[in-house]
Ligand binder design. Structure first.
Ligand code: UD1
Length: 426
């Protein structure tokens, strides 16, 4: 199993270019199921998760052409050979569940495994299922599988989500594009990835308005065509590198950065005493900290445009050495503090009380072997390692490979002492 060896204490200097957004790419790939024409996605991030979804699509009969190391993925679902997504595949990656609605819209039926639990809480799919049912799908849950059918086709529906859910909003939007009549989604998620998906679907001939607001209207169309569409830049990756630079110190510019999507983080970094130059027109974000101490800042995660839960672990890593006490509240997921005990192994002073973590800043962190648990938690350990004294070993980094493209190469190019090694955990 691969691990990362990080020798902390070196400030970072240079430029990092931001990759395509994992969370957007995963939903954009699914659009191919809605058309018999080719869908070509550019700026695709080469990640374990996107490669994995490509395999699932292939198993459904999609022709996938995505040469290794390239960022253009060609998908062609001219004919589907299966409408079954097995447990083994959906269990590994929850976003696979989003093939259910599109398969029903295209073929009239589908059988897709329930995703099951996951490391950051129960994460149910009830809202996804309610939306599909409202559109006329007949659903049965049997042996851990959802069996869905819409013999007479799907119809538009008025859906008012009880909780803001990114996945359910996207799933409903994908499915509604081919339903008869208009679908209205209320209390829809407003994450930038939702707009990206709507723009891609509209480029295929869909009729979606309001994406990025709490009310989305989708007028169903008879057919969708192919498209060539660029995946938006990854705001979570960008935010992660911004915090790596803030933690290690130095002067780093992020190129191709979705500055407009990072407002909540930028405000918190500035409050913490980090110098941030945000240039929306040039799509660059420059992060500077030259020896000045960090100030403790509290925050609460919220749906977009609030502070993203996917940046919470990284911000906690940053706060470990800030002056004062920071209170970090996680409001989106119920069990998303698994990084706290690992950060404590590096000398951090963190107390978790339910949905709240109290981080008392310490003078410095000291290297230790730590274990990656989930994707964002893993990268928080990398950030802490860059700031810690000595050599930190982050074990089980397959989580990182799910969501960060060439992480060690990008950080290494800015002077970070970070190396991937294979073999037993340390
Ligand atoms: C997506 C992102 C993930 C991010 C999260 C929140 C992808 C691949 N993943 O996950 O990185 O952390 O948004 O920004 O895009 N919920 C229900 N019932 C449902 C669906 C969700 O109760 O049917 C709850 C969840 O348990 C959670 C909350 O709604 O408490 C928000 O989850 P959701 O926005 O759906 O997250 P995902 O789409 O799974």
């Amino acid at each position: 199993m691969d691990r990362l060896h990080i020798t902390g204490g070196t400030p970072l200097h240079g430029h990092i270019s931001v990759s395509g957004a994992k969370n957007s790419a995963l939903k954009l790939m699914v659009t191919c199921l809605l058309t018999d024409q080719p869908v070509e996605l550019t700026n695709m991030p080469n990640l374990a998760d996107t490669r994995f979804l490509a395999q699932l699509l292939e198993s459904l009969g999609v022709e996938v052409y995505w040469p290794k190391g390239t960022s253009t993925c060609h998908l062609n679902a001219a004919e589907l050979k299966s409408t079954i997504a097995p447990y083994e595949q959906v269990r590994k990656m929850r976003a696979s569940f989003n093939v259910l609605g599109p398969l029903v819209a295209r073929s009239g039926h589908a059988t897709v495994s329930l995703p099951g639990g996951c490391a950051i809480g129960a994460r149910p799919v009830d809202l996804h299922l309610q939306a599909l049912e409202a559109m006329g799908a007949d659903l049965r849950v049997e042996g851990g599988y959802v069996k869905a059918a819409a013999i007479h086709g799907l119809k538009g529906a008025h859906i008012n989500f009880s909780t803001v859910s990114v996945g359910a909003t996207e799933h409903a939007m994908l499915t509604a594009t081919l339903a008869k009549g208009e679908t209205i989604l209320e209390n829809a998620a407003r994450e930038p990835e939702i707009e990206d998906l709507a723009n891609c679907l509209n480029s295929m001939g869909a009729n979606i308005t309001g994406a990025g607001t709490p009310i989305i209207r989708i007028k169903g169309v008879e057919k969708l065509g192919g498209t060539t569409y660029p995946v938006m830049p990854d705001r979570i990756e960008a935010g992660t590198f911004a915090m790596a630079a803030a933690a290690a110190g130095g002067d780093v510019t992020l190129d191709g950065c979705p500055v407009e999507d990072l407002g909540a983080l930028i405000a918190k970094l500035r409050e913490a005493g980090v110098t941030v130059d945000a240039d929306e027109a040039a799509s660059t974000l420059r992060i500077r900290r030259n020896g000045s101490p960090l100030k403790a800042v509290s925050l609460s995660t919220q749906p977009h445009p609030g502070f993203p839960t996917d940046l919470q672990a990284q911000f906690m890593a940053l706060m470990c050495t800030a002056k004062g006490t920071s209170i970090i509240r996680e409001t989106i997921f119920e069990n998303r503090f698994m990084h706290a005990p690992e950060l404590s192994r590096l000398g951090a002073d963190i107390t978790v009380r339910g949905q709240e973590a109290v981080v008392k800043g310490v003078d410095h962190l000291t290297a230790a072997p730590v274990m990656a648990t989930d994707l964002r938690a893993s990268v928080s350990l990398v950030i802490a390692g860059l700031a810690a004294q000595g050599e930190t070993v982050v074990n089980r980094i397959y989580h990182l490979d799910r969501g960060f493209e060439r992480l060690e190469a990008k950080l290494g190019a800015c002077g970070a002492k970070i190396e991937r090694r294979s073999g037993e955990d340390e």
